[in-house]
Design a protein around this ligand. Structure first.
Ligand SMILES: *Cc1c(COP(=O)(O)O)cnc(C)c1O
Length: 366
């Protein structure tokens, strides 16, 4: 069976470096908010090009903390509206509603899977305070038009960069396009830890300082609490592993681009709709390679039979989840179509040439 993602193989590529970093951290006797965290934050900020990077416990917390930070700073208040794509992973939306903010769903474009920027303005009201863009599947969504909309209506642009670390738009890295960005280092992400981990990047000094405090019980100084904060820290072991893997992320992403290109060139089944390679290849880091067909379930069963493991990202759109009962009657036809037709092929950096060929052959023979 060709695994969808062989994490053991991914991480064993860096076995010596990772084991050295883990052992050094273990023996140091210092496990939270130490040198490893500081070092990783500095390297991540430098890589993304932002003034600040703040290590936190996971990607959902990164997004929650950004919005909570804006609430503490008086930029947003509970009840305000935040625009989010209707086909995103549920975590983007949970971060909004968890803060008492109101997610306003906007449909994606069928060919990019990303929010349709031309449909944002019609959803803006006097309560709208931000646009949470999601670089879904590893593809950047950004434009001058988006910036103009945000400026005209005085909205914050928050990036959910969980899937797109290393992607670039006009020479700037995703995570440095809007006002603040949340990252996830969940093990299966392009930059994955050995457990949960996340980060926030921003150029906003006040927001960075507020988020640092919020993630540490609302405190910047031990036993002095200025906010009703939470505990959301990146631990030293994860920071040590991430610092090793960050050095290799460009190479990992390049390998994904080569595989994606081969898939796009060599999959020639008329029943399959392939994802589009952006004109500027730097805009995509191929976190997942998503194909579409009306016979999705049959295709998945067929590929399983041929020894190719696939995953559906995602089977149920957010507005049809029980968690958001209040939206269950709403209709988002583009999202619904996507959710019923998408299938993700394996595209990890450790796929062997013969495995890639097996995947292509199996899809073509379906
Ligand atoms: C993974 C992911 C998250 C959540 O990250 P966690 O680290 O799992 O909390 C948020 N948004 C998107 C788009 C993701 O893919």
């Amino acid at each position: 069976m060709i695994k969808f993602l062989d994490l053991q193989k991914v991480n064993l590529n860096y076995q010596q470096e990772i084991e050295d970093a883990l052992l050094q951290t273990f023996r140091s006797g210092w496990y939270l908010q130490g040198e490893k965290n500081k070092g990783f934050e500095a390297n991540l900020a430098q890589y993304i090009g932002t003034k600040h990077a703040i290590g936190v416990a996971n990607g959902l917390d990164a997004l929650r903390l950004i919005l909570r930070g804006y609430i503490e700073l008086g930029v947003m208040s509970p009840g305000d509206e935040i625009i989010v794509p209707s086909n995103t992973y549920i975590a983007s939306i949970l971060a909004v509603s968890d803060n008492g903010l109101v997610p306003v769903l906007v449909e994606p474009e069928l060919n990019t899977y990303n929010i349709d920027i031309s449909k944002i303005e019609e959803k803006i009201t006097s309560k709208t305070k931000g646009i949470l863009i999601v670089h879904l599947q590893g593809r950047v969504v950004f434009s001058d038009q988006l910036k103009e909309i945000a400026e005209k209506h005085n909205l914050k642009i928050i990036e959910d960069n969980a899937q797109a670390i290393g992607a670039e738009w006009k020479g700037l890295k995703s995570g440095n396009l809007g006002d603040a960005a949340g990252f996830s280092f969940y093990p299966g992400k392009n930059l994955g830890a050995l457990g949960d981990a996340g980060a926030v990047t921003t150029n906003d000094d006040d927001l960075a300082q507020t988020i640092r405090a919020l993630a540490n019980y609302g405190s910047n100084q031990k036993y002095v609490n200025i906010y009703k904060g939470l505990n959301s820290r990146l631990d030293e072991l994860q920071a040590a592993v991430l610092d090793v893997k960050l050095k290799h992320i460009d190479k990992e992403n390049e390998t994904r681009r080569v595989i994606a290109k081969k898939f796009i060139e060599e999959i020639k089944n008329p029943a399959i709709i392939l994802p589009e390679n952006p004109e500027n290849e730097a805009e995509h880091v191929w976190h997942v390679f998503v194909i579409r067909t009306a016979k999705r379930d049959e295709l998945q069963a067929y590929l399983t039979e041929k020894g190719v493991q696939t995953i559906i990202h995602y089977p149920i759109p957010p507005h049809q989840q029980q968690a958001y009962k209040e939206w269950n009657e709403l209709s988002f036809p583009i999202s619904e179509k996507m959710h019923s037709e998408v299938l993700s092929l394996p595209i990890s950096s450790v796929l062997e040439e013969d495995e890639i060929n097996t995947i292509i052959k199996a899809v073509n023979e379906f």
